[in-house]
Design a protein around this ligand. Structure first.
Ligand code: ADP
Length: 419
């Protein structure tokens, strides 16, 4: 039993063998049969006991190695640290021996006596406002943690409370990255849509302004024929013409001011651009219940692109597709991407919605074209401008899923680099 508790199986069997040999030499038996029966009985009983001991010790060792590899702290009823694993001490930023006997609230100020009494009275540990506990390390760094607390039975007093700590730094960093991306996308969206609106206004107003200038000019010519009587009217028309030209100029300048400029091209990986958008798609899925399946080939996906602009274009297409299938049974949006040998990378957004009527296919990309009650009709025209600024075409068609399909290609790195 001692060997089974302290050593491994071969050593235990060696010990049993040695015990049998010693027994053979030191004890005399009445017959060979009695000797054989005794020996067999001994071997069987010893082996069973050894196996039980062995399993118990290996379970304890396994539990010990699991417990020492995760951040766990045990506290007494007063909240003082009685035991702390190396990963937990590492998180808190102190040596395990320095943490012992000190109040846990010294490191996590929010985890005060009141919180401890909630745990010790068997209540549910509610997280502070930001959704995690902040632990202050001696070097001043604040670490966000989740703390799962459980109460030990009184038999293991004085260790009363077990805290299992979870490091939230990565989750928080990912959350910050997502918020940054959302901010960038919405800032860019505002700029893009204002630019698109300004371009549309400039385009729409240009014609009547030019026509009015021409009419004024013709009127001036007629008035000039009337001689000096018409002089003051001619001057007034001159002023009106100047004002019209000024209006045209203002519109042009406004357009230039809002224009987002040339795209900032850099080498990007399509899979990584889309991976960044995943949290956004998760949010859209939570809000609408629409499944967004992502099927993007991650090899040979190096392209030259303006990262935020392309992300904006993809997000617009996915949002539109989700709008088109929202409220339908088993609405599905598929975002797919694959590389085209020597021709770059194709991105496709399709859905199983109603699709786009044949007679609207041409008009759908025009600004201010919308079929939605609160729509502005700018999403697709902004998307088209982004795609075109990447020397590509936004192709509209019918999807094999039954709804609409929008696709565009991004040039491979080498092609644009050469250009
Ligand atoms: P908005 O979303 O504000 O209406 P868009 O320019 O993004 O502006 O879209 C213009 C119109 O194109 C939409 O109102 C809708 O009728 C149509 N459309 C866009 N995407 C889809 C789609 N995936 N399925 C069906 N119709 C679509």
């Amino acid at each position: 039993m001692a060997t089974a508790l302290l050593a491994n199986r071969p050593a235990t069997f060696l010990a049993i063998g040695l015990a049998v040999v010693t027994d053979l030499f030191m004890t005399t038996r009445s017959s060979v049969m009695a000797l054989a029966a005794d020996t067999i009985l001994f071997v069987v009983v010893a082996s069973v006991m050894a196996e039980v001991c062995h399993r118990l010790t290996s379970r304890t060792a396994l539990l010990h190695s699991i417990l020492t590899s995760v951040p766990v702290v045990t506290l007494d009823g007063e909240g003082r640290i009685l035991r702390i694993t190396a990963p937990a001490a590492d998180l808190i930023g102190v040596a395990p021996e320095d943490a012992l006997a000190r109040p846990f609230s010294l490191f996590a100020p929010d985890f005060d006596k009141a919180t401890l009494s909630v745990v010790t009275s068997g209540g549910v540990l509610t997280l502070p406002a930001p959704g995690y506990w902040l632990v202050r390390r001696p070097d001043g760094e604040m670490i966000p943690l989740t703390i799962h607390a459980s109460l030990l039975s009184r038999s293991v007093d004085p260790e009363r409370v077990v805290l299992s700590l979870g490091d939230q730094r990565q989750a928080l960093a990912a959350h910050d990255r997502m918020r940054d991306l959302m901010d960038q996308l919405s800032r860019r969206w505002r700029l893009n849509s204002m630019g698109e609106m300004a371009a549309t206004l400039a385009h729409e107003l240009n014609q009547p302004l030019t026509a009015a200038t021409v009419y004024l000019h013709a009127g001036q010519t007629d008035i000039a024929r009337a001689g000096p009587i018409g002089d003051s009217a001619g001057r007034a028309l001159d002023l009106a013409k100047t004002q019209l030209l000024r209006a045209g100029d203002i519109i042009r300048r406004m357009r230039e001011l809002i224009a987002t400029g040339a795209p900032e091209m850099a080498e990007e990986r399509v899979s990584s651009m889309i991976e960044d958008l995943r949290p956004l798609f998760d949010l859209i899925h939570q809000d609408t219940g629409v499944t967004i399946s992502i099927d993007v080939q991650s090899f040979e996906d190096h392209v030259l692109a303006d990262r935020i602009q392309v992300q904006q274009a993809i997000a617009n297409l996915v949002r539109n597709a989700v709008d088109a299938v929202t409220g339908r049974d088993s609405g599905l949006v598929r975002l797919a991407g694959h590389s085209l040998p020597d021709m770059g990378y194709e991105i496709l957004v399709e859905d199983n919605g109603p699709g786009i009527p044949e007679d609207q296919m041409d008009r759908i990309l025009q600004p201010m074209m919308t079929t939605k009650a609160g729509g502005m009709g700018l999403g697709l025209s902004v998307t088209r401008s982004i795609v075109e600024s990447h020397d590509a075409i936004l192709v509209v068609g019918r999807s094999s899923l039954g709804g609409a399909a929008f696709s565009f290609r991004l040039s491979p790195v080498s092609e644009l680099e050469v250009a």
